[in-house]
Design a protein around this ligand. Structure first.
Ligand SMILES: Cc1cc2nc3c(=O)[nH]c(=O)nc-3n(C[C@H](O)[C@H](O)[C@H](O)COP(=O)(O)OP(=O)(O)OC[C@H]3O[C@@H](n4cnc5c(N)ncnc54)[C@H](O)[C@@H]3O)c2cc1C
Length: 342
């Protein structure tokens, strides 16, 4: 079996990451499911190589070539599993396009994922950083997932508790979760759907649309329209979405910052901490619309770094570091990047 693995060599990755950063993979394998992963694990020379699991490449900054093997998750398929405790369970394989999957659930008349419309990438990657937008996170609609353990060869089923979801965080980002490759994800959608309009901008847009009883599809369309207005389309401008996480600071630090910057954007968290808006901090440092070489800050949204044409991962890194240094100097706040750096 290992001898038949369709490995490609010196494989270009520029078209497989939405930042369109140039890099090559020493080896490349399209993965449909557990069979290829098991064969790889038993392969005499390839098993020990460093691995990069790749979905849609929309949360990656490739700063160098991958001196190992890229596992490109390609498994397709989605199905409604049925009802359980007033919820409807739907499952999709890891390589399914996320937005396509969301649209498919909405077309079935199922609500729950509409606030997560138009997020690039794959279903398998959604739990990795607990993808979230407009007041909904993956964990809110998550049931379980199947993952192949490259270390032991075991196939695991993980619940939400097992996944240890946090803000743009999960088990899979920790050392003990790094050997897990997500094969499929099951979502638990409400049978009795209510719109989630906790996010003020979305609530305003729904009100402005004048819909007395919006459907999940209506909300999805409104989310799409907002996102198209605000965010660059990776098909036109290379980017990886929000480049930094919104920093969380103590109530005391927030109060000190507010004394100096009374209009600073901040949101109280249930645990008493305060979440600041990274985009606002970057904007205040004068970075919105500015460039450093071929990498720049998107003029309509300071949280998004873009490839202005021909940028390398090093260009993006240099810009990110300059922004981090300015925000730290002005506000004493450390910005942590959201994408995965290779
Ligand atoms: C324009 C734009 C807007 C965005 N908006 C949002 C947003 O609103 N909210 C948000 O949360 N994110 C957003 N993102 C980030 C990104 O879309 C998500 O993080 C998405 O889930 C990444 O999916 P992917 O398949 O492209 O993952 P990749 O970039 O391919 O991989 C990301 C990480 O997940 C790992 N991974 C991928 N698939 C698997 C798997 N099957 N098993 C194990 N590990 C895996 C990779 O190894 C890597 O570490 C945005 C990105 C862009 C470009």
């Amino acid at each position: 079996m290992p001898a038949t693995l369709p490995i490609l060599h010196d494989f270009p990755l520029a078209s497989l990451n939405t930042f369109r950063l140039p890099a090559r993979a020493r080896h490349y394998l399209r993965v449909e499911g557990a069979a290829e992963l098991e064969a790889l694990r038993r392969h005499p020379s390839l098993a020990a190589l460093p691995r990069l699991v790749l979905g849609g490449g929309s949360n990656l900054v490739l700063t160098r070539d991958v001196d190992g093997i890229v596992l490109h998750m390609a498994g397709q398929g989605r199905e409604v599993l049925g009802r359980q405790d007033g919820r409807i369970l739907v499952r999709a394989r890891a390589g399914e396009n996320w937005h396509g999957f969301v649209g498919w659930t909405l077309a079935q008349g199922l609500g729950g994922l509409e606030n997560l419309s138009l997020i690039p990438g794959t279903v398998g990657a959604a739990p990795i950083q607990n993808v979230g937008a407009y007041g909904t996170e993956t964990r809110d609609v998550f049931h379980s997932l199947s993952a192949f353990d490259m270390a032991s060869g075991a196939l695991h089923t993980l619940t939400a508790a097992d996944c240890r979801f946090g803000y743009r965080d999960s088990l899979f980002k920790q050392p003990e979760g790094r050997a897990l490759v997500v094969l499929d994800v099951t979502f638990s959608l409400p049978a009795d759907w209510q719109p989630n309009l906790r996010y003020a901008e979305l609530a305003r847009a729904v009100e402005a649309a004048g819909l007395a009883a919006p459907t999940p599809r209506d909300i999805g369309a409104i989310v799409e329209a907002i996102r198209r207005r605000k965010l660059p389309d990776p098909a036109e401008i290379g980017n990886a979405g929000s480049f930094f996480k919104n920093p969380v600071v103590s109530r005391e630090q927030c109060a000190q910052l507010l004394a100096r910057h009374p209009d600073m954007v901040h949101h109280a968290q249930p645990d008493g901490s305060e979440k600041l808006a990274a985009g606002w901090l970057i904007d205040q440092c004068g970075w919105k619309g500015r460039a450093l070489g071929a990498a720049g800050v998107y003029p309509k949204q300071a949280l998004v770094l873009v490839n202005l044409g021909g940028a390398t991962g090093e260009d993006v890194l240099r810009l990110a570091r300059a922004i981090q240094a300015d925000v730290a100097a002005k506000f004493g706040v450390a910005l942590e990047p959201e994408p995965v750096f290779i």
